[in-house]
Design a protein around this ligand. Structure first.
Ligand code: BGC
Length: 311
């Protein structure tokens, strides 16, 4: 992953590097939504829209360490009623756990009022090494037949569009040894969605795997560096994933060991509810009801193929 050497460096950057992002990861159009007949106005921190939880999102908060062991850390955060415009006191716990070659991230949320919630991880990966330059030669496979196209300000149009026949089709899965499509293969094709976002920066609708539902073992993505042989799979029970190719990484302060992180030097795979879900009735609901718990799990698995071709 891309990153920094000091806490001060993390606090000085605005790329959400490695952060837990919330209360609502990605964008909410017009920085407002209506729940139970009440309109809530959120902080507009990207033009008229709300991005990644507002001016002081979860990425800028100091979390409490609730538990710490050799292989895990549990962090917690209480977001007060009205923070950045959101209703309800939201309690969030995130556990990072190492299990073999897996990094398991468990999220759990509860609120004292009905609210909306969409929390993710915003790590930038580069499977050739954090300081190895562009990721465009790395391969990506997304387990998704559909994506959500965006309009101005990268707000979804509400359409759920097939990837078939477009550069958004990243399903190529011919053979485990050469899985996926090089990220750069069609990124410069002039396809309107890619021009609008300066590259890949969209939500893919993850294919259901278990009778219409997803489980924490349901694959979302598979990435691979032909240079190092390092692979990463992402599994999650969340309905979507934002595949973002670091199009706006330019201007990033120097990273670990003085590394320069330019555009497309890392990619993010942010498991999530779809962007602007609170305003899109046809998208899966991100509403968290008072007193209910919402849990989700995302697993990032790292490895190289063994002699039997298994990860
Ligand atoms: C978004 C990008 C945004 C970036 C900020 C990503 O999750 O999809 O549009 O610029 O976060 O670092």
């Amino acid at each position: 992953v891309l990153g920094f050497d000091t806490l001060e460096d993390y606090m000085a950057q605005d790329k959400y590097m490695g952060a837990i992002v919330g209360r609502y990861a990605n964008r909410i159009g017009g920085a407002k939504f209506t729940l139970n007949g009440v309109e809530y106005r959120l902080a507009a921190n990207e033009g008229p829209n709300h991005l990644h939880g507002g001016n002081v999102g979860f990425d800028k908060r100091v979390w409490t360490v609730e538990g710490l062991g050799e292989h895990y850390v549990t962090l917690s955060l209480v977001s007060p009623d009205g923070e950045e415009g959101y209703p309800g006191t939201l309690k969030t716990e995130v556990t990072y756990m190492l299990r073999g070659g897996d990094l398991v991230i468990d999220y759990s949320h509860s609120s004292d009022k009905d609210t909306i919630c969409n929390v993710t991880n915003h790590s930038y990966f580069n499977l050739s090494g954090h300081d190895s330059g562009s990721v465009e030669d790395q391969h990506i496979l997304l387990y998704a037949d559909y994506y959500t196209p965006v309009g101005p300000g990268s707000i979804p149009t509400g359409e759920i569009a097939p990837v078939e026949g477009t550069p958004m089709d990243l399903r190529e899965d011919i053979d485990i040894c050469r899985v996926g499509t090089p990220i750069g293969a069609r990124i410069g094709d002039g396809f309107e969605q890619l021009v609008l976002a300066g590259g890949y920066d969209h939500n893919w609708v993850l294919n259901p795997t278990h009778g219409g539902l997803r489980s924490p073992n349901s694959l979302a993505a598979h990435a691979w560096s032909p240079r190092t042989g390092i692979r990463m799979t992402v599994s999650s029970n969340m309905p979507g994933v934002q595949f973002y190719t670091g199009n706006y990484l330019g201007g990033c302060p120097r990273g670990k060991g003085g590394a320069v992180y330019a555009e497309r030097c890392g990619f993010c795979l942010e498991t999530q509810f779809f962007p602007d879900s609170p305003n899109q009735p046809s998208f899966p609901s991100c509403v968290l009801r008072a007193g209910e718990d919402y849990n989700s799990t995302t697993v990032y698995r790292f490895g190289i193929l063994d002699d039997a071709g298994q990860l």
